[in-house]
Write a new protein. Structure first.
Length: 399
């Protein structure tokens, strides 16, 4: 296994590399015909905003799919998205593809697979936007470029492995039986997984793109992105196909959402916990030890977490409580008394992922981030906070 050691070049080394990159005449044509026109638009606030707006529309068209934990549907492209993108940067699609083709023939070895690049030339725009945003430290532009590029490449991979679509019940079963080593499980939703896949590959190519962006480096970077998605999708699809053959799938019982309401004791516990919060329980309503403890556990600011918790509506708090009790008492076959045990305490930090996946098709984390305009880290910390509140108040709530 190759280990990448940290290397910090000297100021003279950096200057030498930059000068070499700038004066590499073989890159001039690519820079002048592709890179410079893109950067010229992104240097203006109106150009950046339009690019980000097109990206937001792209993401919005796929919001439901991206909120899921696993692949479910093909990517949807907003009307005129590609045309608008090329018009923004002053390109004509046919001419742009011809330019790329000529550059590739001149500067890229035939052993490199560049057909994907020619079929999706907009990915070159996203790559330059990602490179430029990294140079200017523009986080908003960087996130947009990363997401647009990732969604575009993922579109090709989904079409390759699921040309006729996928059975969501089988995919749900496949996902729920993956272990924690899978990146798609660690990510918890599609938009995070897609973004992190791009981030991982970009991390390997950041220096080369920054110091010497060329058609060759661009092709290699995009091939790396394609290969990363291809490997992940291939491994996932192998497991999916085995479950297709075995007819393994998540059930669709209409009463699944209510499965956790199985005993009067369970209902009473949930209602008593909610009554305590509504009546101003100081543990929840005061920015004290509960918030400071969870802020350290989840590395968030206690004040931000407290403000968020006070904004969450009673029905949404109740839903979190419901799902926590459902996961721990019903799915994991514990008792109410076990909430006082180390088994429950050890479960708290990983509770957000568990309750987000508890009920098929009804995630919590992404919907709460959108509803309350908060980061996923704060929502996850809030779930841990509610789980800890249950631990602290379970004895009183049982009465």
């Amino acid at each position: 296994m190759i280990t990448l050691e940290a290397y910090f070049p000297s100021e003279d080394d950096c200057l030498s590399m930059i000068q070499e990159a700038v004066h590499d005449a073989s890159n001039d044509e690519f820079r002048q015909s592709v890179v410079d026109p893109i950067i010229k638009v992104l240097e203006t606030s109106s150009g950046r905003n339009k690019y980000v707006d097109y990206g937001d529309a792209f993401l919005e068209s796929n919001a439901l799919m991206l909120a899921k934990e696993y692949p479910t549907k093909a990517v949807s492209f907003p009307r005129r998205y590609v045309d608008n993108l090329f018009e923004l940067f002053g390109f004509e699609l046919k001419t742009f593809k011809s330019t790329l083709h000529d550059l590739i023939r001149k500067h890229v070895s035939a052993t490199n697979n560049f057909q994907t690049l020619l079929e999706n030339p907009s990915n070159v725009i996203h790559t330059v936007a990602l490179y430029y945003s990294d140079m200017t430290l523009n986080r908003k532009l960087r996130d947009s470029a990363r997401q647009q590029l990732g969604l575009s490449v993922y579109h090709n991979m989904f079409a390759k492995y699921y040309p006729k679509g996928c059975n969501e019940q089988v995919m749900a079963y496949t996902y729920m039986n993956l272990d924690g080593s899978w990146n798609i499980v660690k990510s918890e939703d599609m938009i995070t997984w897609i973004g992190q896949t791009i981030e991982t590959v970009y991390g390997c190519w950041r220096t080369k793109l920054s110091l010497n962006i060329s058609i060759l480096v661009t092709v290699k970077f995009l091939n790396g992105v394609r290969n990363a998605f291809n490997q992940s999708m291939r491994l996932l699809t192998n497991k999916y196909m085995k479950n297709i053959e075995a007819n393994n799938m998540v059930g669709t019982d209409s009463g699944q959402d209510d499965e956790h309401l199985v005993t009067n004791n369970f209902i009473t516990l949930r209602e008593n916990l909610m009554r305590m919060i509504k009546n101003g329980d100081p543990l929840y309503k005061t920015n004290g030890v509960l918030y400071s403890g969870i802020s350290r556990l989840k590395n968030v600011k206690a004040g931000v977490l407290f403000d968020f918790a006070q904004k969450v509506s009673s029905p949404d708090i109740s839903r979190v409580i419901d799902n926590i009790l459902y996961v721990f008492l019903v799915k994991e076959h514990n008792t109410i008394e076990d909430i006082n045990s180390t088994k429950y305490i050890g479960r708290i930090t990983n509770m957000p992922t568990a309750i987000d996946r508890a009920i098929q098709g009804k995630p919590i984390i992404i919907p709460y981030t959108k509803k309350y305009k908060a980061s996923s880290e704060i929502v996850k910390a809030f779930i841990c906070l509610v789980a800890t509140f249950i631990l602290k108040r379970v004895d009183d709530a049982k009465k």
